[in-house]
Design a protein around this ligand. Sequence first.
Ligand SMILES: [Zn+2]
Length: 383
Amino acid sequence: MENFFNDEIEKVVFISEEQLCNLSVKKLYGRYWEDTFIYNIFPASLCDKGDLLCDVLKEGSEPSKEGFCAIRTDGKLSFYFDGKKLKIESYGLYQSIFSRNKGILETDKMTRKRAVILGCGSVGSLVAMELARAGVGHFLLADPDIVEYHNICRHQCGIEDVGDLKINALERKLKNINPHVEISKFEGIVQNLPKAQLDEFCTEGDTVFVGCADNRAADVYANKISIYYGAYFISIGFWERAYAGEIFYHIPGKGMPCYECALGDGGNISARAQANHHVYSNQEDTEGLKFEPGISVDINFITTIGIKIIIDMLNSNSDGYIPRVTNDLKQYTVICNTSNTEIGGEMVEIFSYPLQITTSLVVGFGKKQCKESCSCKYELEEK
Ligand SMILES: [Zn+2]
């Protein structure tokens, strides 16, 4: 290919430093982009996502007269097209991926952080993807369901994932952001997660449990086990058609009420908020065609606020980290997407304007036995 002046437009090879110097590689996979003349060689762990681009030829081999090839030369790889040597742009994979987080999040610390994603639907998949982008290095994904066509309009996964388990599909998406991410998976509901798997995964102070299953019982259970592991907890749930959502978080050892103390038995939450908590995926089964699910943008707006809280909690012990939201948001936050009654029904009257975030909802110890001692009984339990 030539430009206006008959100068040849050169092809370029993008490859990580690790792969450039890896002498055991026999085949290279990735993508060639015809419009940009770029060969993007994928990291070895993603080879199944790419096309086979070439075999790696032995040291001293002649480059092929036609097409693309790689030859081992002086402990590195050289690339040729139609016999002509190509320019290489190599990069440190890890440093490059997270270069734009620099000065905001400490990549070395983030890579030690761990997230237990309880429910890998529209909410859980977005939380996991954003945490991977923030540099979280370890995920435990729990969900019993498979990806179906009706999930796609609200999920991070797409048509290529339909038919597979959500935990497998999400694992692929996370590896596509950071191939070094470590993933543990459980095909089932929160309440069936084996203790041994949690024991192996959780590290005190570096782990967050993210409750994005579709019911309060799962959140009550998840917060109980997060306390056992000295881990942070957050629940992100939605009201009817996702016109509003609620976020609850718990930091262990700070004398905070847990999910059950605060919300489990009605607690101090208004009856209106209780009545309004419609669980979006269960509703689909019970109400059939009448069900009008929340659209992705409404779910994502509220979920993103939850993700900011998670990043604040995970960095709360880091020197110099400036919290985005936790200094201002109380433990329980209600957020609305609209104040239009045509979407939200009469309940929207509690919000004067759309995109409001409540900062005034204080939750206490609702359970009688917790109330008397002003502390959560699960935190007082011996491990
Ligand atoms: Zn409690």
